[in-house]
Design a protein around this ligand. Structure first.
Ligand code: ADQ
Length: 474
């Protein structure tokens, strides 16, 4: 079996069975342990001076290979082009997009440099799987360095419609770079369609969807495959964690302070793509229009700040602090705080147990590649008394979790109505919706996601087109 090489911007800090590891990290790590291999990427360190050196750490059959970044590279590659240009554009926020040509040069330079660090560690039959928007030019850089291995790419965030992507000045260079991979994976079919739309209408390429399996894309003198692989979770493990934590302190604390009130719960990274302001206002609208819920329900929002060195993230933080203060000021009583807004990170078992306590999972991003929180919330429910998921139609998860109450995340009144429906839903309907969703989560768990992608990437090997591609790239 070929060795697997995972490349991602950050290498997940895995401690076996550890509480901090998310579904993705665990799912990918399982594959690495099976085939043996390496996880390569940025260590998270930013160096003030000196030349970063690669650090190798063996854990059983898996090698972790990490490198630091110098300050200028961090600013241009990570903070600049990845998070101030690509992130907003790919989340349909061209109004927040900042573009600096030097940042794009830095982004390409760091991709080339990272690829050069990896090349000496590669063997001929390694299969390489690259993750996410930070590393779009990575295969192109490897090809330039003479690497002929199979290379796949999975995009964790949405792929925008061409009219939005065109707002990113080097859009063509980015799509051309994507075509250096052998297999492209997207979260949903609409993401795949947006990519194919660009290929056909902006890059004079073609897409063949006639065969079973991935679409065949011809563009920029190359042939590659592309398909949707919705990422999953391990629902049964989450359910076990949730059940095990049912009587632990965090759950007892929240239950004691709720005094039998119902709980609406959200967990997100603090990001403008998550629709937090509209979500707060919809909760306010519920209290305004349905006074019977006042003092009968609390909303817990857990949102640890991320990317705090970017202006747009400082803005959203300030705005939310203002909104939660205003809404609490308007409705709070001596013994009831309507919104509990918490900035800290929690361990996975604690989150799972809290999800199980919550009557409503309130997940309303403006755009989201998938949104694992929606899947984790459903997984954590008690099958005999499940809560209700209120879910944005613009989360990738909405394509699978059709048993949720699907909402438009800018429609404050519509979301307030959905919260009311969720809070008063009879047990039989809650159970039917839960059973529909948990069956889907079991059928497409994170192993299935990974195995489907790996199967299609392995199959690329014998293709005639691939041989032609190699000849074309010399
Ligand atoms: P994210 O934007 O980070 O991921 P999401 O899918 O919700 O969004 O994953 C967040 C993960 O972090 C979840 O596992 C969640 O439990 C955990 N988490 C969030 N807040 C936490 C807290 N306070 N404490 C502890 N854990 C917390 C990107 C894309 C998504 C896509 C994923 C995976 O933006 O659309 O679903 O990758 O592909």
């Amino acid at each position: 079996m070929s060795r697997l090489i995972i490349v991602s911007n950050r290498v997940a800090p895995i401690s076996e069975g550890g509480p901090a590891a998310g579904g993705l990290a665990v799912g990918v790590y399982d594959a690495l342990k099976e085939t043996g291999g390496m996880w390569f990427g940025w260590s998270g360190d930013v160096l003030g001076s000196g030349q970063p050196e690669i650090r190798l750490e063996e854990r059983g059959p898996v090698t972790f290979a990490t490198v630091g970044l110098v300050r200028r590279d961090y600013d241009q590659y990570y903070r600049g082009f990845s998070n101030a240009t690509l992130w907003p554009a790919f989340h349909y926020r061209p109004d927040l997009l900042q573009f600096d040509r030097h940042d794009f040069e830095g982004y390409c330079r760091v991709n080339t440099w990272l690829a050069q660090q990896l090349v000496p560690l590669l063997r001929d039959d390694d299969v390489i799987w690259v993750h996410d928007y930070h590393l779009i030019p990575f295969a192109q850089a490897l090809r330039t360095a003479g690497v002929k291995n199979r290379i796949g790419f999975f995009l964790h965030i949405p792929f925008p419609a061409p009219q939005v992507l065109l707002a990113v000045p080097p859009h063509r260079a980015l799509v051309e770079a994507l075509c250096s991979f052998d297999l492209l994976g997207f979260q949903t079919k609409p993401d795949l369609r947006a990519f194919c739309d660009y290929i056909v209408n902006e890059a004079s390429g073609s897409v063949d969807t006639s065969a079973q399996g991935p679409s065949i894309v011809h563009a920029f003198g190359r042939t590659l495959r592309a398909a949707a692989y919705p990422i999953g979770v391990y629902p049964d493990e989450i359910a076990e964690l949730a059940k095990a934590g049912e009587h632990d302190k965090p759950v007892r604390t929240i239950e004691a302070t709720l005094h039998a009130r119902k709980l609406i719960m959200s967990v997100d990274r603090l990001d403008y793509s998550k629709g937090l302001v509209e979500r707060f206002r919809a909760f306010e609208r519920l209290l305004e229009h349905a006074p019977a819920y006042r003092d009968k329900v609390s909303f817990l929002q857990i949102a640890p700040p991320t990317r705090s060195d970017l202006h747009a993230y400082q803005e959203i933080r300030l705005q939310l602090e203002g909104e939660s203060g205003r809404i609490n000021g308007r409705f709070a009583e001596l013994d009831w705080t309507p919104i509990r807004y918490i900035h800290r990170q929690y361990e996975r078992p604690v989150l799972a147990a809290l999800f199980r306590t919550a009557h409503v999972g309130y997940v309303t991003p403006l755009r989201d590649g998938m949104n694992l929180v929606a899947k984790e919330y459903v997984s954590a429910q008690d099958p005999e008394d499940p809560g209700v998921l209120v879910l944005s139609r613009f989360a990738g998860a909405a394509h699978e979790l059709t048993g949720a109450l699907i909402v438009n995340p800018v429609d404050v009144d519509g979301m307030a109505d959905a919260l009311g429906t969720a809070l008063s839903m009879p047990l039989a309907e809650r159970k039917a919706r839960y059973e529909d969703m948990i069956a889907q989560l079991r059928e497409n768990n994170v192993s299935v996601w990974r195995d489907n992608f790996m199967r299609d990437l392995q199959q690329v090997s014998g293709d005639e087109e691939r041989v032609a591609n190699e000849a074309a790239t010399g």
